[in-house]
Design a binder for this molecule. Sequence first.
Ligand code: URA
Length: 209
Amino acid sequence: MSNVHHITHPLIQHKLTLMRQKDRSTSGFRRLLGEISMLMAYEVTREMPTQLIDIETPLEPMKSPVIDGKKTVFVSIMRAGDGFLDGMLSIVPGARVGHVGLYRDPNTLQAVEYYFKMPQGMDEREAIVLDPMLATGNSAIAAVTRLKATNPKSIRFVCLLAAPEGLAKFVAAHPDVPVYTAAIDRGLNEHGYIVPGLGDAGDRIFGTK
Ligand code: URA
């Protein structure tokens, strides 16, 4: 899958291993997710547009590149996506933040939107969608479909773990959206959890288990 970027950097893999461990504390889990977010932000912003500005070094004037962080919008798929925000914002502090809230209808099993809030001027922004777990793919697909209606300049999707079936479904639904993941696990269990996975990311981030 050419639009899938599997980020195999040893630092990310090391920290992910620590996060997966069942005895990792809530604070440890959150700290590691923050650190991985910063490292993933580096990868996902690699092709971010830059513009030249005029500056003066102590020796002479020059034109030098800067990014316009305000043109970036991090879109968190609630609630686990929020765990990515601190790390991403520490690398791109000027970025705006949008939120998408979805729940699964128990009868139809389809993702139903209960919250959607984006900054103004989406047609000028590069959107980076955040959700640690790409499991069935249903909520990621629904969130990106909804986001496309706001007409952002580009969309990228970042997760920590992906299940092969969810990843394939997402890529089929949104072939134009690059996916960045730190791991592609074996699959999904009968409850829709990624295995071997790391459990419920939201519960582990917020200590709600
Ligand atoms: N969401 C989670 O938090 N964990 C999974 O394994 C799958 C979906």
